[in-house]
Design a protein around this ligand. Sequence first.
Ligand SMILES: Nc1nc2c(c(=O)[nH]1)N[C@H]1C(S)=C(S)[C@@H](COP(=O)(O)OP(=O)(O)OC[C@H]3O[C@@H](n4cnc5c(N)ncnc54)[C@H](O)[C@@H]3O)O[C@H]1N2
Ligand code: MOO
Length: 462
Amino acid sequence: MTPHGARAGEDAEDLDVEEVLALVRNSNGNHLPDPAARGETDSARTPHQPDPAARPGTRHRATPWPEARALAERAGRNATRAARRDPVSAPLDTALGLTLAAPLDALTDLPSFDTSAMDGWAVCGPAPWHVRDEGVLAGHAAPAPLTDGEAVRIATGARIPPDTSAVLRSEHGRTDDKGRLYATRDVVPGQDIRPRGQECRTGDQLLAVGTLVTPAVLGLAAAAGYDTVTAVPRARAEVLVLGDELLTQGLPHDGLIRDALGPMLPPWLRALGAEVTAVRRVRDDAEALHEAITTSDADVILTTGGTAAGPVDHVHPTLSRIGAELLVDGVKVRPGHPMLLARITETQHLVGLPGNPLAAVSGLLTLAEPLLRILAARPAPEPYTMPLRDAVHGHPHDTRLVPVVLRGDEAVPLHYNGPAMLRGIAAADALAVVPPGGARPGQDTELLDLPWASGGIGVCFT
Ligand SMILES: Nc1nc2c(c(=O)[nH]1)N[C@H]1C(S)=C(S)[C@@H](COP(=O)(O)OP(=O)(O)OC[C@H]3O[C@@H](n4cnc5c(N)ncnc54)[C@H](O)[C@@H]3O)O[C@H]1N2
Ligand code: MOO
């Protein structure tokens, strides 16, 4: 499997992340070029961007899949620029998955005192040594200085007495019948002493702005004296689940089915760096949807269902009614082609996910992931490819996203990959990006990691 992870180096994606960080007000004073100078104003439109005047029922041109993702990133940059959200001071137990908005500078030397690396004796001068009665344990009061020929029992992590020349490990010392201590190995001055400041000095930069807060970062921050970290705030996401046919418990019956997206989307959105403020179920009613959207203060609203042109598909008419701008209205991808991205205000966007559950996953990864990644100031994952074990039929014109498991050096396509099915994705490690026309066995194919796949962003389930 090709290694993958956050991109390093000064490529275009890195600049995007730094730009977002710089736009978080009061961050550490990065000076970056004005993004507007790069032509990325809200009105900048690519040739494939749909005409915002397009209305439901009118034919419009679906956006190619890579461009749809780029447009979602751009929406994220524009929203970040407009909102200029303040960095937050996040207690460590809430900070997993955030991005540092200030460098993590050591608040203390580490170790903060000379410490024993081993259980044994602190010794002074050459053997033999007379061993003090009282030993030194971790966390105890400062021990008295040693004198030449003296030793004291010491535990790993305990403070080294002044004038100690070395630590002798317990397995490398023996005492004679008079209680004198000898070494069974040469004693090198300084051995097994971790000197104060070995890892860092107060003020040293431990981690740069833009670092993703992982469990290891939380540990380092705590060790370095932090109770909170300064981070880019999470985007607030609200999920509106549409559909009168949906049940929240029990077995499907009488044409009613279980809502699969209400349980699936919130943890997935958190893994993408968002705070989920609410999951609301909205009946198939234009007024109810209008009310739900216009009263939401989320940065990103995600709707499920109602994107097509059925009798109760109210998403397009509602967006039209509130004057939202359709940035993406249909994507050349299967499943999920009716997905959409709309700008409600400068700082509020709506991602319309199709109702078919795998189509909703496709919309999540195509439109919500890039938007939320930019709002979270996370770097783009390093693209990677693997050969497919089996042929995958392609759509003649559209990209296909197909669940795969990774086995050895190959990606194995899974069978249950229909738009209404979750059986494949639930067993999958990744989604293969199958180009129009399909892929042959052995063809190198781009993969999108799922948040729970190793090496992905799974640490960010909170
Ligand atoms: N005339 C056309 N009809 C449809 C087209 C089309 O191009 N022309 N596209 C099809 C495709 S592709 C998709 S995908 C769906 C998208 O439909 P909507 O986004 O409007 O979603 P709904 O009609 O509300 O639901 C579709 C399907 O998914 C089920 N559903 C909805 N929500 C959930 C949920 N939370 N959990 C589980 N299942 C859900 C719903 O019951 C329907 O079976 O449109 C096609 N039609
Ligand atoms: O594209 Mo629909 O999303 O196939 O089911």
